[in-house]
Design a protein around this ligand. Structure first.
Ligand code: PLP
Ligand code: ZN
Length: 415
């Protein structure tokens, strides 16, 4: 028998709790249309994976954790290396806030420069197993540029729906990798709806966040890496940027998986970090779980969402982990981009700096302990969107090609 049938017990609906057996992958719950969660046979997985085996494993990509992934053994994998991004201790940054153990997980160092590659790689492994020829998705930019990048060497076509307002660098990525790009004159939510209709009309394979249950299974790998990089310790708090909520629910799934197979003994609190204009998950948390649309307005385009597509799963992750939600203003995000860059050398796109802005609030509110192990998930690279804040970083000294002029300026400014 092939691996997925062996380790996958079935699917459970996050909304109604209804379960269905393993077999054909399906997108959503047959009963209520809720997003699905993949259920695993942890006993079987625990028999196949061990810390010692991992220590010997030279595959430094998410596929080193293949026994925990819903894909077949020996199947075709994406050619590019996804995952195993650095986890760096940020001593000076932490010290500024009286924290001894702050770590930065730099997921901008993935092939297409965002954490979305984790989801795309697992979705793509599944698409290859099932012989898909065309993949579609809606995206604020990163999910699309990720699938465009990873499919490029495989000859799989992509049709990608993005808001026409997506950052230029992200749209450039799509075009460079040869995707069919549909720029929608509207919001991400409207692009999502169009891609859903196209999927229905043409029977394409959809990578849509949350809708395809494999996206969460890819995103969970970041938690495996964090624990392995910490010597199989679980952090105490993880700050995760949240738009649709799929990344946060994936992070939670990853820690829970490791807990179930006995690799870690405790679980972290998850802090959902949102932009104040796009804080539907935080609002739901504070209003008894009711989701209502928000404007989605923020410079952090990657987390600009009116109605989160995996919000319920994110909400449950926050509650189960005894975590919380924090929202930050755009000005705080810009400040955090610069602070993160200058204190750690990691250049984040706006969404990727939201965890630092949120950590600063958590410190001010006294909700993190000085010696807690804290991880900031930096989800995307800063070069993906410079227009959002380039006006806030000042301008260079401009000089004629004349050393006397250079000296005059330098001596006035620095010496
Ligand atoms: C997609 C994305 C997020 C948020 O993930 P969701 O699953 O939408 O909550 C955060 N940061 C970056 C850079 C992203 O691309
Ligand atoms: Zn259901």
């Amino acid at each position: 028998m092939t691996k997925p049938e062996k380790i996958i017990l079935g699917y459970r609906c996050i909304a109604c709790g209804g379960t269905s057996g393993a077999g054909e992958m399906r997108y959503q719950c047959m009963h209520c249309g809720g997003n699905l969660e993949i259920l695993y046979d942890y006993e079987k997985i625990a028999g196949e994976i061990s810390k010692a085996k991992l220590a010997r494993n030279r595959d430094y990509s998410i596929f080193r954790y293949a026994p925990l992934l819903p894909i077949r053994e020996g199947g075709t994998r994406p050619a590019l290396l996804v995952g195993f991004t650095p986890l760096s201790r940020a001593r000076t940054l932490g010290g500024k806030y009286g924290l001894t153990r702050v770590y930065v997980k730099d997921d901008g160092r993935n092939p297409s420069a965002s954490a979305k590659d984790r989801a795309s790689a697992v979705v793509l492994a599944h698409a290859l197993e099932t012989g898909q020829k065309l993949i579609t998705c809606a995206s604020t930019g990163n999910a699309a540029s990720s699938i465009a990048c990873l499919t490029a060497p495989l000859g799989i076509k992509t049709v990608l729906f993005v808001p026409a307002s997506a950052p230029r660098a992200k749209i450039a990525q799509l075009l460079v990798f040869g995707a069919e790009v549909i720029a929608v004159e509207g919001s991400y939510d409207q692009a999502y709806e169009l891609s859903r209709l196209a999927t229905e009309e043409y029977g394409w394979y959809s990578r849509n966040t949350g809708f395809n249950p494999y996206t969460r299974e890819g995103k969970k790998t970041v938690s495996y890496e964090i624990c392995e990089q910490l010597g199989w310790e679980s952090p105490q708090a993880v700050f995760v940027p949240v738009g649709d909520g799929n990344m946060l629910s994936g992070v939670w799934k990853g820690f829970r998986d490791l807990y179930e197979i006995g690799f870690i003994r405790s679980l972290p609190r998850l802090l959902a970090c949102q932009a104040c204009g796009s804080n539907a998950v935080k609002r739901a948390l504070e209003s008894g779980g009711r989701f209502t649309p928000v404007s989605g307005k923020t410079i952090a385009d990657s987390i600009s969402v009116q109605m989160p597509r995996d919000g319920l799963a994110a909400l449950k992750a926050i509650q189960e982990s005894k975590g919380g939600a924090i929202c930050v203003e755009d000005a705080e995000i810009i400040e955090a981009i610069l602070e993160l860059a200058r204190e750690t050398g990691v250049f984040a796109e706006p969404a990727g700096a939201v965890p630092l802005a949120a950590l600063k609030k958590a410190v001010a509110e006294g909700t993190v302990g000085a010696d807690e192990c804290i991880v900031l998930l930096v989800s995307g690279n800063g070069l993906k969107d410079i227009d959002a804040f380039v006006n806030s970083v000042g301008v260079p000294l401009t000089v004629p090609p004349d050393f006397n002029e250079v000296k005059r300026i330098l001596e006035k400014r620095l010496i």
